[in-house]
Design a protein around this ligand. Sequence first.
Ligand SMILES: [Fe+2]
Length: 415
Amino acid sequence: MNHKPQPASPKGLRHYGRTLEYVITIFLSVATLGIVVLTLFYYQVTPFFSSGYLQVTSGTIFTRFFLLALTILLIPAAVIAWFLLRISGRQRVLKEKVEFDAQLFNATNDSITVYDLNGKCVYANEHACRFYGYDEEELLRINLYELNAPEYVKTVEAKVDELVEKGELIFESTHVCNNKPLTPVEVDSRIIESGGRKLMVSIVRDITERKRTAEELRHTSERLQRTIEGAINAVALTTEVRDPYTSGHQQRVAKLACVIARELGLAEKQIEGIRVAGTLHDIGKIYVPAEILSRPGRLRQNEINLVKDHAQVGHDLLNTIEFPWPIASIVLQHHERVNGSGYPSGISGDDIMIEAKIMSVADVVEAMASHRPYRPALSIEEALLEILQQRGVLYCPEVVDACISLFTKKGFAFD
Ligand SMILES: [Fe+2]
């Protein structure tokens, strides 16, 4: 069984103080009572103020007065002693509590400092002194704003105003320490009231290590991103190597699809997914024989069906990869049309995801504006006229409008 030592608590300290107070008070009370009983016994239960009490008898006068004085003095002495003990007990408990709190503040690995609202330091724990590289007296003379790097002072002033308004606040800054370089810190502050004035308690944590780890993670993430990017481009290239007439098609579709998505106000994360999906959208053509892809002239129906399979094949290939975006679904739907005349599923309207609607417009515009084995390249104007004529029929109206606006008003052009 694991017995953890129980820390002393302020409640425990109060209990100890009261017990001692009770023991001494009971002892004095019992002593007082004993003397009273002895006095009564000495006078044989004679009342103090009887007629014979003041009668002076040889040899007893000293003892009588001594016991009388003792009786009269001891009772108030016991009461005074009780009060004094109570006061001193409380003072001792208070002192122990202050020492307990001070040890508690010094036992932490965080810097705890207290400032008034002008930034004057009124308390700093031992860790704060070690952290800033000053002794307590020096630290108490340094203003809060002097401890922040100059470029953070304005921010900290604003944060102090916000702290006073909200009562508590966590923010980051960079602190100036006496014995080391500028140190990034997290400051957990709250407002307390003491002696009728508001004070700011700040728990300051050195976050150098956290920042370094975050930076390393960012670098690792960027390297990973570049690796994925390379892998995606390599896969995209395998498709285009087999079909030199469509070389660069996927990259250009990705570029146009991204600007359309941005024009429509899609989130950056969605746009990133569209870029990846655009780069890979024809990967399923790896399943189509190269001679079909590059043969001039019209294809037979069975060959057209084979080409149409590329959407489903692309989906099945990409579905095995765990992307943070719905890449496989976008690729599956990139030949669907809003009136349901597309393939492979013939879905329509809102059943088609917005990313796929964007992809279909970008795909058709790029394809029409590029040379194909079976026809020469058309102009951008002809491509835009085609999507305009099919606006709301084959293509999503908002996507068509955004695409036309990009070419005609915003100067977009393929490289
Ligand atoms: Fe396609």
